[in-house]
Design a protein around this ligand. Sequence first.
Ligand SMILES: [Zn+2]
Length: 428
Amino acid sequence: MPTTLNGILARSRRIFCLGLLASTLGVTALPAWAGDCPGNPDAIGTSRTLVVDPREHPRIGTMQYPETLPLKDHEVVLTFDDGPLPPHSLQILDILAHECVKATFFTIGRMAHDYPQDLRRVLAAGHSIGTHSQNHPLSMNRMPIERARQEIDEGIASAAAALGDPAAVAPFMRIPGLLRAKDVEDYLASKGIQVWSADFPADDWRHISADRVYQLAISRIEAKGKGILLLHDIQARTVAALPRILRTLKERGYHIVHVVPATPTLPKTPTDPRDWQLHPTSETVAISHWPKVPSFSFASTDTLPAPAVSASDLDDGKLMLLPETFDRSRRFVRGAVPLPEDAPWPRQSPVMAISAATTLPVPAQSLFAIPEKSAAKLNAVVQLPHHAARAVAPDRGEDAIAHLISLDASAAKRTIPGSAPVTQSGLH
Ligand SMILES: [Zn+2]
């Protein structure tokens, strides 16, 4: 703290004039403005600090929930799961420090126990620290609630012990593998803990290249325009990809937002309820109506991703799914690639949608069950009536989440002492 405080006091008069704010927010809540980053005048920085009240918005992240953080267009929140684990977590901290970026870390209790000094470095660097259970079980969606409570409580206790201060642990939790369950969510809500899903992953727990992680992160951010990025600070590929991700975000006009919890002395940032919707205006995004289905798919790694789902309740029951595997010429990147003439966007007539369906492939109902290597099968085109898709998708969605979690778990197992080595089957 003294070092951080001295550093801040030595900075510009502008910062000094915010002394009142600093005393209110605590030093760690001060944003580091781009252009005011020591040693890196071209840093992306942290554009603002968003103070949230977990009790008002107990579940966020459009991968699974209707609400997400009240971000403006081109604002991104960085999150890192599963650490701390040296050396990667420390390298991530160095990269973030170089760019004066603040993030949120979801620590595993056992990792906090094993590497308490590294978790303290995360805190000292001014990041938010939430929790991610004690042992990273991939079964919180089906385990007895008593066990789930134990995982949650022990994870928090381990983080608090490592940090030496229970108040240093933010009431933020990411459920391992995103394997949500209502009774788990209810328990967390009863404790005033906010469940963080995400708005887009970068698949950095999978055996893919750092370049691929970069591509997925940027293309998925571009597809939604704002949101919570899910990364893992225990992965070498994430360390390798992160500087480029931050450079590209800066070049494309994105801003990094730091999120901290409200406290009795730190009031929440005023927001409108509509701000907590990903696209609160006229846009109709399937996720908004389909809260428990992941908005991503595990498709071929040979092509860049596009928005996973685009559907509307307003187009008279027509559902158009945009798989990640359609070719680049049709890839939807905001402002970069023109849309096809017959683009099946919401609010078009059923005739238009059907016509477009013949040119834009729709993933088969079995999409989520297809192993990643079986990319060829994704070419199958099945037009799903909207309401039929609604009936089918939730189950498939659970499969996808389980798939994600199993891989996520594999990553975690490698890092949890005493766990079995991960197998490579089914992974790239
Ligand atoms: Zn995890």
